[in-house]
Ligand binder design. Structure first.
Ligand code: TXE
Length: 480
């Protein structure tokens, strides 16, 4: 199946007429092709967005809200088709796409359909001077949205929805590894009556199509989610052009478990926070630190729970762990298992590729638990982004905090304890943008979302996203 770009409200072929193969990772086969777009396609998309901007930026909030609600409703209506496309493209279990990915894509549009009607600005009266100030928040113009392959539609819509809600027009590029649901979103936008040129989706490789968006002189802001290395490159291109940048990058998140936690709840959630989406979520708790007094018990119970997880074809209802997203990614992830042995770490469970009956060429790997004794090891310092977690004990709060923070990343942390003082102290001292206490991946879309250190710059979510996609202007009026 050859998919098309979505430019100026139409589904069009790339200028170069060249295409890139698209793989189904669960069977290791090519199942489609995507446009190998170049800077001419990006320029075409930019011109369409530019042309659409005057009308869209002056569309009433009620009308914008209605159209975003239409898109949200259509995503919900097409849940099954979208979830199947996502599972086929990414390798994640269909059950996960149905329960998380697609419903969240719909919520992203519905949330910003509502939020834009409540988004206000502020005024400051210079008392006694006969002066009134107000802050005008205007849309930026044409903005770029670039997203990764792990939660394709979920993260793609998380950027596009606030960008257009705020009155901008968008040139967007999904990952070339998982383009399908972005293509289906194009069709939904046409059906929803989104005016042509407000959203333009250009498929292609990061180094060419993505680069053309980032380097475009008139695309004034870039919202990016992906690898830290790529984020640094994008910043090096965009910063000298004074573009606004939102960078949601990698993570190497600590999961800190104290003996006073609700043990069963912690155990069940820790299995999820370790291996959901094959561990391919930047928020996964990939470094598990357990208080010494329960370390032995946790180790035994965790291994038993993980051994019950079923690795299988994404379309098999019993599957808990699907296929990794690509052959290259499977090789990257398994290379860390080889490193584990070199670093003297101990593989407590898993570590092997899995041959799934009927899908022998798929990219499957066991959920893997590795015991380490030094937080400075590669396994604890580098983002693996697969179904691999490390575990090690700690003896004190000071040690737990030091271990958690001793990494270049700073995206999220999970803390299991019922001690209030400890909760407040850790919440303040953990060097992350998000702290979950006695839960994981519980999301209120009004909250600021993003990381610190090598996990990125800026925040998405709620009014933070609408502030990113608008420029505040101070209007100062002397009236006396
Ligand atoms: O990200 P990439 P990928 C991490 C994780 C993963 C690594 C690579 O460690 O292994 O990133 O994943 C586009 N100019 N995360 O391959 O390569 C690219 O086409 C402009 C964490 O997804 O950064 C894709 O659309 N664009 C992350 C997008 O950037 C470029 C989730 C992401 O690609 C580009 C996913 C360039 N020069 C991966 N190069 C998280 N925080 O959620 C690439 N792209």
């Amino acid at each position: 199946m050859k998919i098309k770009n979505y430019i100026n409200g139409e589904l069009v072929t790339p200028f170069s007429d060249s295409y890139i193969d698209n793989f189904n990772p669960s069977v290791g086969e090519i199942y489609g092709q995507i446009p190998n777009s170049n800077n001419k396609d990006v320029e075409e998309a930019y011109q369409s967005a530019k042309k659409a901007f005057p009308a869209w930026s002056t569309t009433t909030l009620a009308n914008r809200s209605k159209i975003l609600s239409n898109i949200a409703r259509l995503i919900e209506q097409k849940l099954d088709v979208l979830a199947e496309a996502e599972a086929k493209d990414n390798g994640k279990p269909l059950s996960l796409a149905k329960a998380i990915d697609i419903p969240r894509a719909s919520s992203n549009f519905q949330f910003f359909a509502d939020a834009i009607t409540q988004f206000s600005s502020e005024a400051h009266e210079s008392v006694g001077l006969g002066v009134m100030n107000f802050t005008l928040r205007q849309p930026i113009g044409v903005v770029g949205c670039i997203s990764p392959w792990n939660l394709p539609l979920y993260l793609f819509t998380w950027k596009i929805a606030p960008a257009i809600a705020a009155g901008n027009c968008v040139v967007a590029k999904p990952s070339e590894v998982t383009p399908m649901t972005a293509y289906l979103l194009s069709e939904i936008c046409i059906e929803a009556g989104l005016p042509k040129g407000v959203l333009n989706i250009v498929h292609g490789l990061g180094g060419t199509t993505g680069q053309a968006i980032v380097a475009h002189p008139n695309i004034k802001a870039i919202s990016f989610t992906g690898g830290t290395k790529t984020g640094a490159h994008i910043a090096s291109v965009a910063a000298p052009m004074f573009k606004k940048l939102s960078l949601e990058l990698g993570g190497k998140n600590p999961n800190i478990i104290f003996a006073d936690c609700n043990y069963d709840d912690m155990l069940a959630t820790t299995v999820r926070s370790s291996f959901a989406n094959q561990g391919q979520i930047c928020l996964c708790g990939s470094r598990i630190f357990v208080e010494k007094s329960i370390y032995k018990k946790f180790k035994k119970d965790f291994i038993l729970k993980v051994s019950e997880l079923k690795v299988g074809n994404p379309f098999d209802a019993n599957t808990n762990i699907g296929a990794l997203v690509s052959k290259e990614h499977l090789q990257k992830v398994t290379s860390y298992i080889d490193i584990a042995e070199q670093e003297g770490a101990k593989i407590l469970f898993g570590g092997k590729k899995v041959e799934v009956k009927g899908s022998e060429n798929g990219y499957y790997l066991q959920p893997t638990i590795i015991e380490v004794n030094d937080n400075q090891c590669k396994l604890n310092q580098e983002e693996i982004f697969g179904p691999i977690v490390t575990i090690m004990p700690f003896s004190s709060e000071e040690e737990a905090l030091q271990l958690a923070n001793d990494v270049v990343y700073g995206l999220s942390a999970t803390l299991w304890t019922n001690n209030l003082q400890r909760t407040m102290q850790f919440s303040k001292l953990l060097q992350t943008g998000i702290v979950w206490v006695n839960t994981w991946l519980l999301r209120d879309l009004r909250t600021p979302f993003g990381g610190t250190k090598a996990s990125g710059v800026g925040r998405e979510g709620g009014f933070e996203a609408l502030r990113f996609f608008t420029e505040p202007k101070n209007i100062c009026i002397k009236y006396e």
